[in-house]
Ligand binder design. Sequence first.
Ligand SMILES: Nc1ncnc2c1ncn2[C@@H]1O[C@H](COP(=O)(O)OP(=O)(O)OP(=O)(O)O)[C@@H](O)[C@H]1O
Ligand SMILES: [Mg+2]
Length: 394
Amino acid sequence: MNFRDILAEKSVFLNKDALSPHYLPDRIVHREKEIEKIMRAVTPVFKAKRPNNVFLYGKSGTGKTASIKHIIKQFNELPSSGVINYVNCRMYNTRYKILQKIAADITGFSKNGFSPSVFYEKTLDWVENGNRFLIIVLDEVDVIKDLNELIYTLTRANDDLKHGGVSLIGISNKISFKNQLDTKCKSALLQTEVVFPPYNSDQLSEILQQRVSIGFNEGVCDHSAISLAAAIAARETGDARYALKLLMYAGEIADEHKSGVVSYKHVETARKTVERDLVSEAVATLPEHQQLVLYALSLLTLKGSKYQRLGEDHNHMFMTGELYETYQNVCKDSGKEKRSSRWCKEYLRELEALGLVETIESGKGIRGHSTLTRLLYSPDWIKKTVEGMVLQSD
Ligand SMILES: Nc1ncnc2c1ncn2[C@@H]1O[C@H](COP(=O)(O)OP(=O)(O)OP(=O)(O)O)[C@@H](O)[C@H]1O
Ligand SMILES: [Mg+2]
């Protein structure tokens, strides 16, 4: 084998980048309404007026980041006294880092070691002296550590300004996010809300089709592969990132097998890989005790409930009490200090928001009123993943 051989290998891909999560397509299909609503909210800038703050909410992979980037691109094509500054809060996750980044982006002032108020003043001077309108996009706003302080600082900025203004566009995929905000910040940030619903299978097919035409060689991606990838992603969470990943992995598998075409069979194989990737990614970023609750749930799912069966409809669903008991045992066995059962319920809410578990309120008859939880992924796999991450040294 030499480089020439490798380079001469045929691939189903024409431009694999088009399938990567960072690729920004020219058209964001099925988001016309949401994009229009955001654009209308931002439009006052073109008339030298301060826009309302906007909050975008929707599950992972529903096109929030793609839509806002699309809007920024269009915004930058027209002259205005406004600037939209995009902040990825995963990278800039504190008030300090964010104020520093904004000051650096718009004024070029980017020294270390200054207090946050220096960056704040620099930014406000720039806004006021030029009678400018600054719109700050805080993508994944829920990961900011001192969120309330930041929102408070940025919304209060307008009281300090004689000219121009500062507006915010917050983006999150966490349902519980609003509870992190205190009342004042909540009403400030949520002036205009735009919800991004999950995609259905037809919409995902169209999103995939658009990428297939750029990403794959003509005619190599079978229709059956596109519909299966769309159907799987729609059934899971309506996540376009997941659908795209399925198709990209399917293409890689097709290349490995030198098959020249991508069929639904490759998507089926890809599904296993993608699922594992996604779950271990999600599990890896969980706080330790959420991992332990998830672990306890996987143990219960494997062993079954020691209490009376709840009936066929509730197969592999467990009551919070029994789950908490198992979690306590896990903590004891691994020498970790357990958290209260109230925390356990909060963790379950978070795990549900991430799509790792599902909870239902049991109807009457099953031990009064209680919550039942089910693991949404293979218990063996979850067990192994958590063991590898937290329980390694035990
Ligand atoms: N309507 C659409 N048309 C074309 N591509 C889309 C559309 N919606 C999403 N995508 C693509 O799917 C992937 C995920 O979308 P995006 O990053 O915008 O999701 P998100 O809502 O920001 O998710 P998260 O909450 O996880 O950040 C991206 O590659 C994006 O380009
Ligand atoms: Mg995003």
